[in-house]
Design a binder for this molecule. Sequence first.
Ligand SMILES: [Mg+2]
Length: 343
Amino acid sequence: MGLFSRTRPTPLDGVDLVLADLDGVVYAGDGAIPHAVENLTRAAAGRPLAYITNNASRRDSVVARHLTELGLPTRPDEVVTSPQAAVRLLRDRVPAGATILVVGGDGLEFELLKAGFVVTRSATDAPAAVVQGFAPEVGWAQLAEAAYALAVPEDEGGIPWIATNTDWTIPQARGIAPGNGTLVSAVHTAVGRLATVAGKPERPIFDEAVARFGAQRPLFIGDRLDTDIAGAQAAGIDSAVVLTGIDRPKHILAAPTVSRPTFILGDLRELHEPYPETTYKGDVTTVGGASVAVDGPDVRIVSEGDRPIDLVRAGAAAIWRTGRAIYGFRVPERLYADPFHRR
Ligand SMILES: [Mg+2]
């Protein structure tokens, strides 16, 4: 295996644009995640590197400054935000220069003004659309304006409603707080309409990133299967999940078809390492030194190997290959042991 493995491609081979999620991939709270800065820097030596964020409250230039301070020199146009994806959707739905009702903060208002739209905070100004994104100052008064503006269903001549993202939660220094999804949900409950979503896991934010860089073979790196990996897959982009953020090995093993990554990484050093081949022999699935067998409802470790990440890769491939849901299996705890770094 030794000699052969050196000839295997790395996850970056042939990739012409690296797109990275931020929280759980680049940083956690205030600090950079171990190995992230040096290995993203190395990845950027061969191709453009850009960042995708659902957070609608910060401008691209603010995110770029934060990344630069962490040691990743970044220009504002290397940051793709959900307000930018919302503008992309808006351009298809309303005339240039239209008046837009904004529910949100500076990051969202800034992008709408930059795109030539007129911003209002009142439903009485006859807005052509409502765009809603998270900001800490969003409260009942703003949500009520959205509800007034969205009273008529879209198929009865009502105006479009675009949400930057529908993340249920937003991590804060003091804990987990309600995210934009809960605020969108409040308006939804009041008006009985559904918003069109611009950010992950929907396509527009990925389309915006790929179009901006004219990429043919992008790779997206994220820490969440349900937003990052599902979104990349929906957009037809190869993806790597990295175990430095939210999702853990047990989530990888249980991933439904729509959110299975191309690559599974313990941390970002593995971007530059040959990615081992997955081989199948009878009921046994092997990755590197790790082998896992599936016998009816039993998942069995045949060989643990010496690299925990290869055991996760082999276990995932073995379970995914069956086409059966995780609930039907007895999985040994060793298979989802979690020696990987997380926040
Ligand atoms: Mg993340």
